[in-house]
Design a protein around this ligand. Structure first.
Ligand code: NAP
Length: 291
């Protein structure tokens, strides 16, 4: 029997609509500062689509486009300035940066309460210790998809293939927080298919086209495909969709699965950041204090 297919585009739309309602209820609209350095065409497209969707939800567009030859110090100053600016609720530094720039050092300049990509060490620490904070967008999008599809997480056996700081590791932590029993796989995992077959929820985030075949899927499992690749003019994921859908109970497609959730969760994070800052503005420590 063929798996039911999760409609990520529809779920992302409902998240965006929820964000727009939440924005309308705030005393002042949140502002998102996207920072684009140089003229990489793919990055320009990503940033433009983030800005467009944010504006549609009523989020103020505080975009900065900076020259590709900007120095580390100049860019660090821009990020520090945005971190201190009360009009800026969230900061997104579009990656990758030109080679001469140290992305890690620049990300660490983002105030953790404005870290809408969830990439600072403070955000990672808050996630690891289970404290409130801004979570990376793609992993939180996966959790939102599971919830929207009413897939039980508590007590489920979850296997995440990939342990990157951007996707696999934070996702494993989010699943653990939701009381799944989590296994994190990586390039050195032995008997990958056998480990994956244990999963009630299998997430593929390895960046290897069609790595997960039907032999790696327990009948009836939920399979979430984070991977995205262009092959022979078509998009595909880390999961061999056509064979796996015959075994899985529920599956995400590529495109139209996890992909649309990432920007939706960025928008949700921007609202969370704005709320967090307005709460702090009323507290004695003020808006710019870290947690
Ligand atoms: P990444 O930084 O390259 O990390 C890949 C992870 O997969 C690493 O932990 C690696 O293990 C593991 N891995 C690689 N080959 C493997 C194999 N044969 N078996 C088991 N594990 C393997 O990639 P990423 O940034 O996490 O992204 C993963 C994929 O998601 C990419 O296709 C990317 O384009 C996609 N992505 C999509 C979205 C979206 O919005 N849909 C967002 C972000 C990323 P080691 O740690 O041992 O090297």
């Amino acid at each position: 029997m063929s798996a039911s297919v999760i409609d990520g585009a529809k779920i992302a739309r409902s998240v965006r609509e929820r964000v727009a309602r939440e924005v309308a209820e705030l005393p002042t609209p949140p502002g998102l500062a996207t920072v684009l350095v140089g003229d990489d065409p793919a990055s320009a497209i990503y940033v433009s689509s983030k800005r467009k969707q944010c504006v549609q939800a009523g989020i103020r567009d505080l975009h900065r486009h900076l020259p590709g030859d900007i120095t580390q110090e100049e860019l660090a100053d821009v990020i520090s300035e945005l971190s201190a600016d009360p009009a800026v609720s969230g900061i997104l530094l579009q990656l990758p940066l030109p080679d001469h720039l140290d992305a890690g050092a620049l990300i660490s300049r983002i105030h953790p309460d404005k870290d809408v990509d969830g990439l600072t060490e403070v955000s990672a620490g808050r996630l690891a210790t289970g404290r409130p904070g801004l979570r990376p967008c793609t992993p939180s999008g996966v959790i939102e998809l599971l919830d929207a599809a009413e897939i039980p997480i508590t007590g489920a056996e979850a296997v995440v293939v990939g342990r990157s700081p951007l996707v696999g590791k934070p996702l494993a932590q989010l699943l653990l927080q939701r009381d799944a029993t989590v296994t994190a796989c990586h390039s050195r995992t032995e008997e990958l298919a056998a480990v994956c077959r244990r999963a009630d929820i299998l997430v593929a985030a390895a960046g290897v086209p069609r790595l997960i075949g039907a032999d790696a899927v327990k009948p009836g499992a939920t399979v979430i495909d984070v991977g995205i690749h262009r092959r022979e003019g078509r998009l595909c994921g880390d999961v061999d969709f056509d064979t796996v859908r015959e075994v899985a109970g529920t599956i995400t497609p590529v495109p139209g699965g996890v992909g649309p959730m990432t920007i939706a969760m960025l928008m949700a994070n921007t609202v969370t950041a704005a709320r967090r800052q307005s709460t702090r503005a009323g507290s004695p420590s003020g808006p710019a204090s870290s947690a």
